[in-house]
Design a protein around this ligand. Structure first.
Ligand SMILES: Cc1cc2nc3c(=O)[nH]c(=O)nc-3n(C[C@H](O)[C@H](O)[C@H](O)COP(=O)(O)OP(=O)(O)OC[C@H]3O[C@@H](n4cnc5c(N)ncnc54)[C@H](O)[C@@H]3O)c2cc1C
Ligand code: FES
Length: 327
């Protein structure tokens, strides 16, 4: 409740009340499902009728629960060896995904999902074909918000943290053109960056490494742990260097993060040290996705107290103020 009031007061993107008011069970139709890397796919979904209306309000950082239970496995020969055993598991629970963008055209809403094959559900998703139907619950959770008076948004992604930040970059440039948006995308190696391609050397030197962000005029850098592309080292080190170089005006910056929990903990630490506002999208295994099963708890600090409470990642998050979360 306290979080709800805080967001309604400080956010310009939308309020928590409007987030949950649009949710429902809808059917989407696959309009494309394209492989973009060894383990990465882009899936386009089209909603019509009440689904189109509900998903036209989908905000960056929100998510949807997809029913994968009836989707077929790929042929045995195209199942990666490390997933051979896992692929035989039945898919009983829906799986949570965020979107890289939503587009509203007349009475249709199209959304794009970027996914990585990590287990049985994502493996089955690769067999989705144009015209297939998918049962989807959403929009769910609370997305990123834009505090008043900020001049710079630093979007920091680690591995598969990129999708909601791509969506955020689009919304920031469309609705908040007074805010400069800069992206730093990290991964262990160049192959594990979940993007279609990187631009040529000159574009990279100009600071536009990734076409997914350059299309909105948003600057982007890449960082890889092994130095195989861009900055050599963790994405959080690249961020620290950027902050050192730019030196001041931290109260005008918001850091938005999505990625592995260790990276989010580092982001929270960097932000705390410099008193920068920071929002992080947390990941938990989610059985229901809408506050019933209590499987997705996140330990959070109670303001002005030493106590902590457990909030639900699906309902109170997945996006939290980094000051709240206990790592
Ligand atoms: C809010 C939210 C948004 C997400 N958005 C995306 C997205 O845009 N693109 C994408 O590719 N993935 C996204 N995910 C992760 C996605 O839900 C999982 O990759 C998917 O459920 C895996 O299903 P599976 O059956 O293929 O693999 P599983 O067998 O279920 O999982 C394989 C391995 O992946 C890890 N894993 C899976 N799900 C989670 C989780 N929720 N939290 C932590 N670790 C997990 C575990 O280590 C597990 O052993 C998101 C998750 C959440 C909570
Ligand atoms: S996933 Fe069921 S309560 Fe959060």
């Amino acid at each position: 409740m306290c979080l709800l009031i805080l967001r309604a007061k400080s956010a310009t993107m939308t309020t928590t009340e409007t987030y949950s008011a649009n949710r429902g069970l809808f059917t989407a139709v696959v309009s494309s499902n394209r492989q973009i890397g060894e383990r990465f796919y882009k899936l386009k979904l089209e909603f019509s009728g009440s689904g189109a209306k509900a998903f036209s309000k989908f905000r960056p950082g929100q998510f949807a629960q997809l029913d994968i239970s009836t989707i077929a496995l790929p042929e045995l020969s195209s199942i990666p060896e490390d997933l051979a055993d896992a692929s035989r598991r039945q898919i009983l629970l829906r799986r949570p995904f965020s979107f890289t963008e939503t587009k509203v055209q007349k009475d249709k809403t199209t959304t794009e999902l970027l996914y990585c094959i990590v287990g049985p559900a994502t493996l089955r998703m690769t067999t989705l074909a144009v015209g297939d139907s998918l049962s989807i619950i959403g929009p769910l959770g609370n997305g990123f918000w834009v505090p008043h008076g900020k001049k710079t948004a630093l979007l920091i992604s680690g591995g598969m943290g990129a999708p909601p930040l791509q969506h955020l970059a689009k919304v920031l440039t469309a609705d908040h053109s007074d805010i400069e948006t800069i992206v730093i995308a990290g991964a262990k190696t160049a192959d594990q960056l979940p993007f279609e391609s990187r631009l040529d050397e000159i574009s990279q030197q100009l600071g536009f490494a990734l076409p997914e962000f350059a299309q909105y005029g948003v600057k982007s850098m890449v960082a890889t742990d092994d130095g195989s592309a861009g900055f050599a080292g963790p994405v959080t080190n690249c961020l620290s260097d950027w902050l050192k170089e730019h030196g001041s005006g931290y109260d005008k910056i918001t850091i938005y993060g999505c990625g592995p929990e260790a990276m989010l903990a580092q982001l929270a630490e960097i932000a705390r040290g410099k008193n920068i506002d920071c929002q992080i999208s947390m990941e938990r295994r989610m059985a229901c996705g809408f506050g019933v099963c209590q499987s997705c708890t996140v330990e959070c600090r109670v303001e002005d107290s030493n106590e902590t409470i457990y909030k639900l990642c699906c309902e109170d998050g997945p996006v939290f103020d980094s000051r709240e979360v206990v790592f």
